[in-house]
Design a protein around this ligand. Structure first.
Ligand SMILES: Cc1cc2nc3c(=O)[nH]c(=O)nc-3n(C[C@H](O)[C@H](O)[C@H](O)COP(=O)(O)OP(=O)(O)OC[C@H]3O[C@@H](n4cnc5c(N)ncnc54)[C@H](O)[C@@H]3O)c2cc1C
Length: 441
């Protein structure tokens, strides 16, 4: 969607093809038949540092549907609360006062965490083979810091065990969410079902002469050298275009690969795809007859794995845990519930994964790759997806001889972080006027 909208704005005619009856992929909402409610495919959050996702929302006119908050409440069993968030101090010290006051951590935990944060400010080679778990062991983290910070906040942000997370990705999350600036670490949530956001994308595309084709699964693609055109075979018929952008999850890309034309480099891409693995996410949706908390959101410690449980077991466990944290649950009546298990939720960012994340240029002529798993430097997130789309759109504009900047720049570090010099800069291209090509994507 991000590539399609950016290209359409640049003046290209785009046909967006989606196998489902709605847009949004893993970050979508749908009518759950069991409860008769439109639910998100799990609560999706973004952060201030997600500049490309925000850029995409601005482009399609839905940025005002995102509610921002800068506080994170940590609740322990027994109900004790600690609130993390910014203060007037300059970055990276802005989170320090509330962190030092947080009762969830002992003095030993706090000293260990400050030591680790300082360590993660130093440059880390992108190809570091060290896992977060191994690095934390070297950095002598306490049990409290491991259980209540690293496993709770960072492992859930990256949706993997600490031993399966590459150190540079953990460092990125720490820098962006807690050190770079208060703005970068603020958290955003959609105030409307995710699907409603994308209605803006459909209107945006149609108003610019582009189209959206739903219920059309791409089954194969053929390149005609003579006419320099792609033919896409879908279950809804054949489509033609001069340029092809494949923004599939890595499993779907691996499935399509044998049905793409033979090309030098396709074998290498197949090897890269094979090295990816997915991680599950389960979400429990509960409807009570009354308000159980005035908090907008909370991070609960000691939450146990849900993936192996049946729906009834998962709901019972969630209720038990919730009543531990929010006593009002005990007197509330549960009206309905839904468990959503997404087995292929996110791709893992294990050490060495960057070698298996291809850039937008593909092995085929006039064909470009996007999707959260491609080379964006970001973990499996909506920002990674939006960024990959903007990178693919830039590559497409370059390929038609009309280079322009589409990628939204990162937020600049604030306060003392400006002196730290971490993070890459990028050479700038102009915004450019409409592209002078009649090619379709
Ligand atoms: C439960 C869950 C919770 C998450 N929480 C967060 C969060 O809080 N914050 C966050 O930033 N990210 C979160 N993520 C990750 C985020 O949803 C993904 O990283 C992002 O949506 C990936 O976008 P994508 O466009 O790369 O891939 P997808 O969203 O998977 O989109 C690919 C699209 O291609 C379509 N498709 C597949 N095969 C074909 C075919 N052959 N022909 C036509 N169409 C096809 C699919 O139907 C899909 O619409 C979460 C993911 C899940 C599942």
């Amino acid at each position: 969607m991000s590539a399609a909208c950016a290209l359409s704005e640049a003046g290209l005619r785009v046909q967006l093809v989606e196998r489902r009856s709605y847009l949004g992929g893993r970050a979508s909402s749908y009518l759950h038949p069991g409860v008769g409610e439109v639910i998100d495919n799990c609560q999706h959050v973004l952060f201030g540092c997600c500049t490309n996702l925000a850029g995409f929302y601005r482009r399609i006119g839905v940025a005002d549907r995102i509610h921002w908050t800068s506080e994170m409440t940590l609740i322990e069993p027994g109900g004790r609360r600690s609130t993390l968030g910014p203060s007037w101090l300059p970055a990276p010290l802005h989170s320090l006062p509330r962190f030092l006051a947080a009762r969830a951590f002992t003095i030993g935990d706090k000293l260990a965490l400050v030591r680790a944060f300082r360590g993660l400010m130093r440059p880390i080679p992108g190809d570091s083979a060290e896992s977060l778990g191994a690095w934390l062991a070297r950095s002598k983290q306490t049990k409290g810091a491991l259980d209540r910070f690293w496993r709770l906040v960072i492992a859930s942000a990256l949706n993997a065990d600490i031993d399966s997370i590459a150190l540079p990705y953990a460092a990125k999350v720490i820098r962006e969410l807690f050190m770079s600036s208060a703005q970068a670490g603020s958290m955003g949530m959609s105030t409307v079902p995710l699907g409603e956001l994308y209605a803006g994308a459909v209107d945006f595309l149609r108003q610019r002469g582009s189209s959206v084709l739903l219920n059309a699964r791409v089954e194969s693609a053929a390149w005609d050298e003579e006419t320099s055109r792609w033919t896409l075979i879908t279950n809804a018929g054949a489509l033609k275009s001069e340029i092809l952008a494949l923004a599939l999850p890595f499993e779907a890309m691996a499935k399509l690969l044998p049905r793409m034309p033979a090309a030098k480099g396709a074998g290498g891409l197949a090897d890269q795809l094979e090295r990816h693995e997915h991680w599950p996410v389960c979400s429990v949706h509960l409807w009570f007859d009354r308000e159980i908390t005035t908090l907008e959101h909370a991070v609960v410690s000691a939450s146990r794995a849900f993936a192996a449980l049946s729906s009834e077991q998962a709901v019972a466990q969630a209720l038990g845990e919730l009543s531990e944290f929010f006593p009002a649950v005990r007197s509330a009546h549960l009206e309905k519930s839904a468990l959503v298990k997404e087995v292929r939720a996110t791709f893992g960012v294990s050490p060495g994964i960057d070698a298996s994340r291809p850039a937008s240029i593909s092995p085929w002529p006039n064909c470009f790759l996007a999707g959260d798993w491609t080379a964006t430097g970001w973990p499996s997130t909506m920002e990674g997806a939006a960024r990959s789309g903007h990178l693919a759109a830039e590559a497409i504009c370059r390929s038609v001889g009309e280079p322009r900047t589409i990628l939204n720049p990162d937020l600049k570090p604030r306060g003392l972080m400006r002196l730290a010099g971490v993070g890459a800069s990028r050479s700038k291209l102009g915004k450019g006027g409409p592209v002078r090509t009649s090619k379709t994507v």
